[in-house]
Design a protein around this ligand. Structure first.
Ligand SMILES: Cc1ncc(COP(=O)(O)O)c(C=O)c1O
Length: 295
């Protein structure tokens, strides 16, 4: 398990924020803008504060108030914008242009997903090899495309001959990417967004073309699992490893179980899952296990 919950703001999005802030400083931007009501907002607000750069975080009106308070605490300006993701993205890009801000909303800003490549490099350096499979949740798609880029870099240098097969996990409540993969489509079409996993609860994976290409090029797969299985995986992680993740952070574990059950991943294969976000800041999920015998 590659535990990204231990990053400074609690998710793999810190990787993107670090690169994005460096880029904004190097290019002399007046600040940064990001569309996010969640982890990317926390990462960009916090990393911008550290660099003394103004940040604007564009949120939905139903954003969690504690999160928004966190963005403000880091000094970010919060702008509320509602509507479908693609429409919001265009409006946010216009706002960024008019105010001289670097729009670091992944996956449109190439510098932001670049930071995710470091997760791939670390899997290789910490593990000593590239595994047979890497299983990750997919929302907008920057994690999959970043990892694929990193593994291509490593294989291209000859340092490893093993290109990991990428498995993308979604909830059955928001399965746009999985549906497109299974139907052999080149792009995902919008569908329901009805999952408790906020990081992957999108109507459509915005970088679906690139994600589908990466999955197919790596001889990988895509799988949707019910929220109930993801929450069970969250509990399992807490009880057996002492790692507290948010629901999206447990999706890869639930996806791995499904792929092992279905025989897609074999018993002897080496698998790395990415635990993408911490469960420390939010609602506590799950229940206490039944304890039999003496306590
Ligand atoms: C904790 C967590 N995991 C996974 C994802 C999905 O990553 P991506 O949007 O790069 O596909 C997100 C996105 O917000 C997230 O917050």
């Amino acid at each position: 398990m590659k535990n990204e919950a231990i990053n400074p703001t609690g998710s793999f999005k810190d990787r993107m924020a670090a690169v994005a802030v460096s880029r904004a400083l190097a290019d002399g931007h007046d600040g940064l803008l990001v569309v996010s009501s969640g982890n990317m907002g926390s990462a960009v607000a916090t990393y911008s504060a550290r660099a003394r750069l103004p940040a604007t975080v564009v949120v939905s009106s139903n954003a969690c108030p504690d999160r928004v308070a966190q963005f403000r605490l880091a000094g970010a300006k919060v702008v509320t914008l509602d509507g479908p993701d693609p429409v919001k993205m265009v409006a946010a890009a216009q706002l960024a242009r008019s105010e001289g801000l670097l729009n670091v909303t992944a996956p449109f800003n190439p510098f932001a997903p670049e930071g995710v490549r470091t997760v791939g490099y670390e899997i290789w350096t910490e593990f000593g090899e590239l595994p047979d499979w890497v299983v990750v949740p997919v929302g907008y798609g920057s994690l999959v495309t970043g990892l694929f880029g990193a593994f291509q870099d490593i294989v291209a240098t000859g340092a490893s001959r093993n290109m990991p097969r990428l498995a993308a996990v979604q909830s059955t409540g928001s399965p746009s990417l999985v549906r497109a993969f299974e139907r052999g489509l080149e792009a995902a079409t919008p569908g329901p967004a009805d999952s408790v996993c906020s990081g992957i609860n999108q109507e459509v994976t915005i970088a679906s073309v690139q994600v589908l290409r990466a999955l197919r090029a790596s001889r990988g797969t895509a799988v949707a699992v019910p929220d109930a299985d993801i929450l069970a995986a969250l509990e399992l992680l807490a009880w057996t490893e002492g790692i507290l993740v948010e629901p999206t952070g447990a999706a890869a574990i639930a996806g791995l179980s499904a792929l092992r059950r279905d025989g897609v991943i074999g018993p002897g294969e080496v698998v790395v899952t990415v635990l993408t976000g911490t469960g420390i800041r939010g609602k506590t999920w799950g229940r206490r296990p039944e304890i039999s015998g003496t306590e």
